[in-house]
Every structure is written in C-alpha cells, then in structure tokens.
Design a protein around this ligand. Structure first.
Ligand code: XLS
Ligand code: NI
Ligand code: NI
Length: 438
C-alpha cells in the first residue's frame, strides 16, 4: 500500500465521460457553484481510523487489507508510516483535512503517560507534514470506547476512576487538537448509554456526561481553543440505548445543561438512518436550531441495522443533504468520510476509488442542489404553502397578537372550514427528478 500511495498519480477532474478510474468525474475543485468554488463548499476530510487503521476485521474474520505500510504494526515506526501514507494519499486526492482519535495515531501503551509521550512524538512529525502540505485538521477526538475500562461508558461510567481516565484522554486530545491547529473538537457518544435500567442511574450518568463536557470546554478555552465542540448523535450500537439518540435529543441535552453556546452537532448520514430518520431530517433539525456544524459523510444500508459506514454513492440523498447545507449558509466544519471500503475491497486502489466515489457523489449533490435552488419551484411551493401566515389571522398567530378565545371565535365564524391545499408530494418529487435527470 505504501508504494501504491506514493505511485498514485494525482487524481484530477476529467469530466463525466472519462474512462480513467482514477479521475474525478464531477468534483472539479475550481468550478464555481453559486459564487464559490467547489473546494470551499466541500471541505473534505479523511478519517484516520478507517483509512489508515481499519483493515477489515469483523466478528467473523481477520484483516483482509494490509495496512502495515511497510512497518511492523504496534510500533512507532508503523505510526510514522501511517502518517507518511495518509499525507501522500490526501495530497494525491486533493483532500485538505483529516480527523483523528488519539489512539488512531499511536499504539496505546498500558501506562497513559507513555501513550501521551508517543502522542507528543507523532504530533511533532504530523506538524512537519502539515506545514509542508497545507493539509489541516478538521477535528480531533478521544477514543473513549475501545479500551475495556470503558465497558460501561466513559463520562457515564459508574466508576469515578474511569471518569478520570476519560478526562485525561479528553485533556490530551484537546492539547493535540490545539497543537495541530484543529478547527473543532468532537464527542461521539461511544458507550455513553446503557444496556439495562436494572443497574443504571440514568440521571447521574447524564449529569456526569454534561460535567465532562463542561470541563472540556473550560480547559479548551483556557488553552486557546476557539473552535466549536461537537456532539455526534447516534441512536444505538454499541449500547442499546445511547444518550445522544438523534439531533433533537442531543440539542435538548446541550440546552438542558447549558452547553449549547459551545457545542454544535456533527451529523452522520448512517446514524440518521439508524435513528429512523432521513439524513435530511437530521440536518434540518440541526440547522433550524443553529446547530449544524459538520457532517460525517457516509451512508448505511437500509436492509442492515448497524453502522455499515459505506462510502456515499447515493446522489439523491447527497443532493438533499447539500440543499440543507446551502440553506444553512455552508458549514463551519466539513465533510468527513467516516467510511470504509467493503471487506472484500481490500486493495489500496479500492481506497482511492472509494474516496473518488464519495467526493464525486457530494460534488454531484452540490451541483444538483444548486440547480434545485436556481430552479426555484420547490422554494416557491413551500413559500406559497404557508402564505396564509403572512396576512390576516395567520399573521396575528405568527406575531403572538392573539388569544385562544379570539381564535376560537374566528373558527366559529368560518362554519365548516375548507380542506388545506394539496401537499402535492408526487408533483414535487417529479420536479426533483426533472432537475436531477432532465
Ligand atoms: C461511530 C462514529 C465514530 C465517530 C468518531 O459510529 O461515527 O466514528 O465519528 O468517534
Ligand atoms: Ni458512525
Ligand atoms: Ni462518525
């Protein structure tokens, strides 16, 4: 794989007709869409864990991919080889950001002091690569779920010593994020949830989680971290009940504990569908609450009930996603490919194809979302659908200038009310199809 990344020619835009499997068909970084080049609309990020660490092990079998990058796994030499491979890969693809967990970067030692020393060493090396390439860190995070000590959660563990280990990892991951100039810092709920109420104090656990987040904000701000903190909602897996079930739940939690000024959401497509929502729904809920920060750009398989983390190929969903992003005025975060190739796609070339697929899918989504906005029929329809609230009794409801008694009297004056106008869903779906494929 090492040789492949280094020998991979830079991947360039060649247009939809190209027969070159190592070229972009739709992602044309310089192409201006709605006044901004694609590269600015789409700050793509590589996930360190899937790209450089995960090698295909699942519950039924061992690695299929070779991610040794020419070094022995579990050594600092391997950690450096991953840095070399990762930066070579990002440069070849024109990916300008990466995201990481602390333990993605170095082999974890038994003693946290030694792990931290290794993290200092590897981050020095990463900085030299970042300076040479201009590649930046989108967000950092601490892995608070893999180590067996986190079996009952980290911030929500029953054991205060475990809470302290979590605090230590968050502190170090914040130090690293700041050192690497990371834009944002993420909490994914990991094992923050429970299996059974027979052994769980939910109130205490949620209060402790909020405490850990407050402590992180206080520490982060004290060392000059100016970015957003993120929560990444997910409804299940690994725990049966996860505390950050979906966007609405996470927003309620952040507000309940006074964390909403420092936190926004990182919405992952596959987590949305696991929660029984569309991706677009989660984005909209985050956006209308001023909480849409960043996106984990992947997709799930609706026939499977777990987080398959597939590279996104669904242009329809990507279009609806980009519609939300454009209406949100863009993202202060980016599009992190929290995605892995399928286990039988184990070669380095597959990895390149996967990122090309993901980047092209989002580029197409952007192009089509802009076309939907320029077409205007959807926006006009929605505006018209709610036009009743612009004048008369509707306007009085909107501005709060009425009473329940006045509304009741108004309703009585109508006698038998007419049905609201048709929602015209099928017509609108055909409009979307005509813009996508017309
Ligand atoms: C797992 C999450 C995880 C976060 C980072 O389902 O998606 O990968 O993005 O901890
Ligand atoms: Ni996920
Ligand atoms: Ni994720």
């Amino acid at each position: 794989m090492k040789t492949f990344f280094e020998s991979l020619p830079p991947v360039r835009y060649e247009g939809p007709q190209t027969a070159n499997p190592l070229a972009f068909r739709f992602y044309d970084a310089d192409r201006v869409i709605l006044g901004k080049p694609m590269r600015e609309h789409l700050p793509f990020a590589m996930a360190w864990w899937h790209t450089l660490c995960a090698a295909g092990t699942d519950m039924f079998g061992r690695d299929t991919a070779d991610k040794s990058f020419g070094a022995e796994k579990g050594t600092m030499e391997h950690a450096r080889a991953k840095v070399d491979a990762g930066f070579a890969f990002m440069q070849k693809l024109g990916i300008r950001y990466f995201c990481f967990h602390d333990v993605d970067l170095v082999p974890e030692a038994d003693d946290i002091k030694e792990t931290n020393r290794r993290l200092d060493e590897i981050s020095d090396y990463m900085l030299t690569k970042m300076q040479a390439s201009g590649i930046r860190c989108l967000w950092g995070t601490a892995n608070l779920f893999s180590n067996p000590r986190y079996m009952n959660g980290a911030g929500t563990s029953n054991d205060p010593d475990v809470f302290c280990f979590a605090a230590a990892q968050v502190k170090k991951a914040l130090d690293l994020t700041v050192k690497l100039g990371g834009k944002h810092y993420l909490f994914w709920g990991g094992r923050e949830g429970y299996e059974t109420l027979l052994n769980t104090d939910v109130k205490l656990e949620q209060e402790n989680m909020a405490r850990l987040m407050h402590l992180a904000v206080d520490y982060g701000r004290s060392i000059g971290f100016a970015g957003d903190f993120y929560v990444e909602p997910k409804p299940k897996e690994p725990m049966k009940h996860q505390y950050d079930f979906d966007a609405a739940t996470a927003i309620g939690f952040l507000r309940q504990y006074g964390l909403d000024r420092d936190f926004k959401l990182n919405i992952e497509a596959n987590h949305a569908t696991l929660a029984g929502h569309t991706f677009q729904h989660e984005l909209r809920i985050a956006s209308i609450n001023g909480m849409l920060g960043s996106i984990d750009a992947n997709q799930g398989d609706l026939l499977l009930g777990w987080d398959t983390d597939e590279f996104p190929c669904n242009v329809y969903d990507a279009t609806l996603c980009m519609l939300e992003v454009l209406k949100n005025g863009g993202l202060t975060g980016g599009f992190n490919f929290d995605a892995k190739t399928r286990r039988p796609s184990y070669t380095a070339q597959d990895l390149a194809h996967a990122f090309i697929l993901g980047m092209d899918t989002y580029a197409l989504g952007l192009i089509k979302a802009a076309a939907l906005i320029e077409d205007g029929r959807l926006d006009r329809f929605v505006a018209q659908r709610y036009a009743g609230y612009q004048t008369g009794i509707g306007a009085r409801i909107r501005t709060g200038q009425t009473t329940l008694a006045e509304l009741a009297a108004y309703a009585e004056s109508l006698g038998a009310p007419a049905l609201p106008e048709s929602g015209r869903q099928e017509y609108l779906e055909s409009v979307v199809n005509s813009v996508l494929f017309g």
